[in-house]
Design a protein. Structure first.
Length: 323
């Protein structure tokens, strides 16, 4: 039986979350526990890939789980070898509670509601139906934290050295998170200052972009958007507030670019192309050729101008913390 809430956070069931940003945090997470058979989970699910793929928690050492996504009017879409860890912050809201108490081999169907402020904006405000079949459960057993554990990671002689690296990584990640939060607040403030009604065509274009981007995410996970059981009209409408805010902020940023005469140099554009090529594992010339073919270099330059405008505004902003 899947244990109660008190011990659920220590039990791995079967839905692995996306890897965290720090390589060392990933390694430590992967090696800090062994798992022994204790449950197993098949999760026929509709949108669990989206919810989990966008999360930032570290990987789980949990057993595999088979997932199946169903469209009421289409065929089942099954995804094997997916892991869930009870208590993981990336799990869909209310998902863990639905699994508690299930025996191995049990099947359960349920619907979860993603709140309007859910971190993955594409899922916010939506209802998702799941069918879960428990295949097996494994319990996590933590090793001793000592120098030998640190040495097993291959780069540290002592546990203190490992702790220092992890501490530095956490501080680095916290800094990035704080920067993202400040930028998000700036975008919100800029959108609120637009002195005119937003052009409907720009909002509609942003809505189209968001829908297309979400569909591409599903395709990247080998999910047919037409068979994902998603009400695309409702999803599109759920993005209207965020789309309007994005359009308003962008218009204000472009005005800052114009007034301050901000621009990106050819060298800056080239460095951005090189960084993008490195991220996707291609050569800079190949990426540049594709961008030139699609007139994408102008978008790169525009993006760099906007980044400069954001930096310009942040340098002159007064950051007020919580009282």
């Amino acid at each position: 039986m899947i244990p109660d809430r008190a011990s659920a956070a220590r039990t791995a069931v079967a839905v692995s979350t996306a890897a965290g940003p720090s390589p060392w945090m990933q390694i430590v997470s992967a090696r800090t526990a062994t798992v022994e058979p204790s449950v197993a989970v098949t999760t026929p699910a509709r949108a669990i890939d989206t919810a989990c793929a966008a999360a930032s928690a570290g990987p789980s050492s949990a057993p595999s789980r088979r997932r199946e996504r169903r469209d009421p009017s289409g065929p089942a879409d099954t995804h094997p070898e997916v892991n869930v860890e009870l208590g993981a912050p990336a799990n869909p809201p209310g998902f863990d509670e639905q699994l508690l108490g299930l025996e191995s081999g049990a099947t359960k169907s349920f619907t979860l509601h993603y709140p309007a402020d859910y971190g993955v904006t594409e899922m916010a405000g939506t209802d998702v139906s799941y069918t879960v079949t428990v295949k097996g459960i494994k319990r996590r057993h933590l090793p001793e934290l000592d120098d030998e554990f640190a040495k097993d990671l291959g780069e540290f002689e002592t546990l203190d050295a490992l702790r220092a690296r992890v501490r530095d990584d956490l501080a680095h990640e916290a800094g990035h998170a704080a920067d993202r939060d400040v930028r998000a607040q700036l975008m919100k403030a800029l959108a609120a200052r637009v002195p005119f009604e937003l052009p409907a065509s720009l909002v509609e274009r942003e809505l189209d972009r968001r829908v297309e981007e979400f569909a591409h995410r599903l395709l990247d996970q080998k999910i047919n958007p037409n068979e994902a059981g998603i009400d695309w009209r409702a999803f599109r409408e759920s993005q209207r507030g965020a789309a309007s805010e994005a359009v308003g902020a962008t218009l204000m940023i472009d005005e800052v670019v114009r007034r301050e005469q901000l621009d990106a140099t050819d060298e800056e554009v080239e460095r951005e192309v090189e960084r993008y090529a490195e991220r996707i594992g291609r050569t800079p010339p190949a990426v540049r050729a594709e961008l030139e073919k699609e007139r994408g270099l102008s978008r790169v330059r525009s993006g760099l101008r906007r980044e400069k405008a954001i930096d310009f505004l942040l340098a002159r902003a007064t950051i007020v913390g919580d009282a």
